[in-house]
Design a protein around this ligand. Structure first.
Ligand code: AMP
Length: 193
């Protein structure tokens, strides 16, 4: 059983890392960005609302995001744990997640933070834009997403650091060694709890 969060700036490769790490711990990787993109693709009302924010690099309002996450956490596969990717992104969402977990009598074990330099990030995001054609990977939108990360999401990392559950891992270098380092760090964190 593992209840984990992966954090990292846009372009840090956290989506890919999340998939690998989640597989290792046999829990689902739950990405709020992916959930939104599915809604956008399927043309749901939620997708129409979320898409307006995503295309500008802004955060989707907390109540919309949290309601969507609550629904996802209620699915059976999340009963034995999860790895959240992209949530929480604001201090308000940290509190909302605490409330969601308290109802389920669960707590978080480890928050993994991937550290990557700004230059690496922009390069990787522009490359991803070419490969995947994400509409929120243009240079202006990328800058806005990085800015929001610094303004809002750094405070989330600080909050988890204060709780003593944050583990930082170097997110530059080749993908397989980052995964291996991250898994080892989470395992030793879990063993120490
Ligand atoms: P991501 O794939 O995690 O980079 O998310 C893509 C976009 O989805 C973000 O730029 C936001 O517009 C939206 N999004 C994803 N997760 C959240 C969240 N926790 N709170 C608000 N907006 C989010």
């Amino acid at each position: 059983m593992a209840r984990l969060i992966i954090m990292g700036p846009p372009g840090s490769g956290k989506g890919t890392q999340a998939e690998h790490i989640a597989r290792h711990f046999a829990v689902p990787a739950i990405s709020t960005g992916d959930l939104f993109r599915t809604h956008v693709r399927e043309g749901t009302d939620l997708g129409a609302e979320a898409g307006r924010y995503m295309d500008r690099g802004e955060f989707v309002p907390d109540h919309v995001t949290t309601a969507m996450l609550r629904e996802r956490l209620e699915k059976d596969d999340a009963g034995a744990g999860f790895l959240l990717d992209g949530y929480p992104r604001t201090v308000a969402q940290v509190g909302a997640l605490d409330d969601l977990l308290a109802v389920r009598k669960q707590s978080l074990e480890i928050v993994l933070a991937l550290a990557v330099s700004d230059d690496d990030l922009i390069g990787r995001m522009l490359q991803r834009a070419r490969e995947q054609g994400r509409s929120d990977d243009t240079e202006t939108v990328i800058q806005r997403r990085l800015e929001l990360y610094r303004e809002e999401t750094q405070a989330v990392i600080a909050a988890y650091s204060q709780r003593g559950i944050l583990i930082s891992v170097d997110g530059s270098g080749d993908r397989d060694s980052i995964t291996a380092n991250a898994i080892a760090a989470v395992e030793s964190g879990l063993a120490g709890q």
